[in-house]
Design a protein around this ligand. Structure first.
Ligand code: HEM
Length: 236
């Protein structure tokens, strides 16, 4: 989430539109939403939809691998170094500090950044456990044969129970926080995740979002998709 200061989400006479979320980050986000909802639904229904569950899991693999790389080479506000909070920033934020004093919150604020990291970490664990899972009926993850039976069953337990429930809980919290910011703090965080821009005082660095940056993202996504296909090939 971002600081509630209205100037960052609404135009004012002195504010300028600054690109915060580059196109690759926005596409990553909304495709991740589709893959998460799809995975939960197909996982719950099971049956013939298990194939789709696995495909969506590989899509999540591709997206997460891409986002981890993008955290190092992506646009300014998508880089981990520009949003992972230090303890000092977290304390400053929790004591009611403002984005005007600490511009490192222009992207995710310190608390929002922690929830983003938790979501990414849990999703990585969910994909990882799915890759080695064994439902003891007809389906195994593509890397199942590389782990012991005990490891596969422990991973399956996490994947089916704790992992999926924790992710759903975090997503509910994520959406509730966005609604809270909209209703109580009058800061709408969703439009910037759609068009990319926030209204800010001049001088805030923008995320690079030109053709070169987008081509780099495309190359990385294709490499991550190739890695996912390669991983999947162990299951055939
Ligand atoms: C399965 C559901 C969802 C997942 C897994 C998810 C995950 C994430 C992640 C990982 C980020 C960080 C983006 C990045 O830095 O790469 C993020 C940010 C964001 N998400 Fe979601 N999201 C979900 C649903 C939604 C929905 C339904 C909305 C809109 C109502 C939404 C709105 C946002 C916004 C506005 C941000 C930026 C927050 C900020 O300004 O700090 N998300 N989400």
């Amino acid at each position: 989430m971002t600081d509630p200061a209205p100037a960052i989400t609404q135009p004012t006479p002195t504010a300028v539109a600054v690109r915060i979320w580059d196109l690759p980050t926005r596409l990553f986000h909304w495709t991740l939403v589709v893959s998460c909802f799809g995975s939960v639904v197909t996982g719950k229904i099971g049956g013939n939809l298990v194939d789709w569950h696995m495909r969506l899991g590989l899509l999540a693999f591709t997206l997460l691998a891409f986002r981890l790389l993008w955290g190092f080479v992506g646009g300014h506000w998508s880089r981990f170094v520009n949003f992972v909070p230090t303890p000092a920033r977290l304390v400053h934020y929790l004591r009611g500090g403002s984005v005007l004093e600490d511009r490192s919150w222009v992207g995710h604020n310190p608390l929002g950044a922690l929830s983003v990291l938790a979501m990414l970490g849990l999703l990585v664990a969910q994909v990882g456990t799915g890759l080695v899972a064994d439902d003891e009926i007809a389906n195994t993850g593509p890397l199942n044969r590389f782990v012991s039976n005990a490891t596969a069953l422990a991973a399956t337990g996490w994947h089916r129970h704790f992992g999926s429930k924790l992710i759903v809980a975090l997503v509910v919290l994520h959406i509730a926080a966005i609604v809270y910011y909209r209703v109580r703090k009058r800061a709408d965080l969703v439009p910037p995740m759609i068009h990319g821009d926030k209204w800010l005082a001049p001088g805030v660095p923008a995320s690079a979002d030109g053709l070169a940056q987008r081509l780099l993202a495309l190359v990385l996504v294709l490499a991550c998709a190739a890695a996912a296909v390669w991983v999947a090939s162990f299951g055939s």
